[in-house]
Ligand binder design. Structure first.
Ligand SMILES: Nc1ncnc2c1ncn2[C@@H]1O[C@H](COP(=O)(O)OP(=O)(O)OP(=O)(O)O)[C@@H](O)[C@H]1O
Ligand SMILES: [Mg+2]
Length: 458
């Protein structure tokens, strides 16, 4: 038997208890994990719970027939192989079943050899498919968190821009809210550049206090400070010939901003406690979820550094503004997590997709990724349903997305209520609410203070 037979779960569906038991015994001897169902309806119920790889079903059963079970299986869980059992003299039915997508058929009374051969071939096919899916998942991981998915106009523009700037050495600034895919894009820029075989070094400017960050970036000489017992190379040196990804650049202190500016301008620096000037060839990619323009205006971020970093700007829009990407990403994550968890899940029900499409996604792609992983782990059916999604997406907030307004309500009142409800939906975030409503944030402030909208003069 294939070494992985215990990984393969066979669902035996037959209304004749004697045959059911005989099949179960044989299959268990062959090393399979066996489930039993006493008729087509029970078989269908069990199939919906997921985790079945092969179905062995009698064609003639009361209520739900083998043929109907086959059809349901092919839509609910197309990856499951179905082998039908047919009485002698009814081979036409078996041929019909083959046309509908059955893997094979065996005739009653069956010979053990025939049963063994058929089920082994189906099992091998399933094992291969499973291994393939696991391999694909590993490949995705190896490719540095995987392919970039996107078909929305915004993502297509972004990917074109990435393709254009990647081959050069130009400094790139990626701006977007948390979870929009900044690190993924940084990886793509490195992998699309001639530096791809050298290191991509990542440093988060927010993770470390100033002094630690400084020694991380520039390294130190022995004795530079208490505890510096040996010389240490900094990230700039490690990234020589490659790419340095500076994440959360908006968090840099003024002193660090000045030091970074010097490296950008002159391509050189000294280690802490060192006098020897080090030259490196590093391509810099920076990212931030802060509004750097605003920080510059508030004099919290150096303007000269900003212009050095912002040679090429890649903005990553919020997920809710990339409608076309939601379903693509959801299916992408579904395939990845189904493989990782060795589950056979064909897709989402229409209702579930609808929930995903209409949610506001404050956590963007990362939130979607987490929602899909949770659903894959929790679901007991071959299709993800709204019940598998967290309540924040489906529960009371779902109801809060609709507003009932009586005919004849004064317009001003309608607007006030709409603004109020939208704010409740965005949990008080006025910027997001303004975006959803297509108005200026200050309009919301004004309306909340009860002031009437001044005539539009701007
Ligand atoms: N277009 C995409 N296609 C496929 N996966 C994506 C895409 N965008 C983001 N992801 C995935 O979503 C998750 C979050 O992305 P990433 O870490 O790049 O976001 P980020 O903008 O750097 O977030 P933060 O500001 O919180 O660090 C990652 O697992 C990433 O692989
Ligand atoms: Mg990040």
């Amino acid at each position: 038997m294939t070494p992985s037979a215990p990984d393969i779960r066979v669902l035996v569906v037959d209304d004749d208890p004697a045959i059911r038991e005989a099949l179960a015994r044989t299959l268990k001897k062959l090393g399979f994990d066996v489930l039993l169902a006493e008729d087509g309806q029970a078989g269908l119920d069990r199939l919906r719970e997921g985790g079945v790889h092969i179905i062995l079903a009698d064609l003639q059963m009361p209520k739900v027939s083998g043929q109907e079970l086959l059809r349901a299986a092919k839509t609910l869980a197309p990856d499951v192989e179905v082998i039908v059992i047919t009485g002698h003299g009814t081979v036409e039915d078996a041929v019909e079943a083959m046309k509908e997508g059955a893997y094979d058929f065996i005739t009653k009374p069956f010979k053990r050899v025939q049963l063994e051969q058929t089920i082994r071939r189906a099992a091998e096919k399933q094992t291969l498919a499973l291994q393939n899916r696991r391999l694909q998942a590993r490949l995705d991981e190896l490719q540095g968190s995987g392919r970039i998915i996107g078909a929305s106009p915004a993502m297509i523009r972004t990917l074109e821009l990435v393709g254009q700037v990647a081959p050069s050495r130009v400094t790139v600034l990626i701006q977007g809210e948390s979870g929009t895919g900044k690190e993924l894009i940084a990886g793509a820029i490195h992998h699309g550049s001639p530096r791809r075989d050298r290191s991509l070094i990542k440093v988060s400017c927010a993770a470390l206090p100033e002094t630690l960050l400084e020694s991380e970036l520039f390294g130190y000489e022995r004795g530079a400070f208490t505890g510096a017992v040996a010389r240490k190379e900094g990230r700039f040196e490690l990234a020589d010939g490659g790419t340095l990804f500076l994440d959360e650049i908006g968090e840099l202190t003024p002193a660090m901003q000045a030091k970074l500016l010097r490296v950008l301008q002159e391509g050189e620096f000294e280690r802490l406690g060192g006098t020897h000037t080090i030259k490196v060839d590093v391509r810099l990619v920076a990212a931030t979820n802060a509004d750097l323009d605003a920080l510059v205006r508030e004099k919290r971020f150096r303007e000269d550094l900003f212009y050095r970093l912002n040679v090429i700007a890649i903005p990553l829009p919020p997920l809710r503004e990339r409608q076309e990407d939601i379903s693509l990403l959801a299916h992408h994550f579904l395939r990845r997590f189904a493989a990782k968890n060795a589950k056979v899940i064909a897709g989402f029900t229409e209702e579930a997709l609808d929930v995903l499409q209409t949610y506001a996604w404050p956590g963007h792609v990362r939130e979607l990724e987490n929602v899909v992983e949770r659903a894959v782990v929790l679901t007991r059916s071959p299709l993800i349903t709204p019940a598998d999604l967290p309540e924040t997406l489906t529960g009371s907030e779902q109801a809060a997305r609709h507003l009932v307004i009586s005919i004849g309500t004064p317009l001003e009142e309608v607007e006030d209520r709409l603004i109020e409800e939208t704010l409740r939906y965005t949990r008080g975030d006025k910027t997001i609410a303004a975006k959803l409503l297509g108005i200026a944030t200050r309009t919301i402030y004004r309306r909340m203070k009860g002031e009437a909208e001044p005539p539009a003069t701007e």
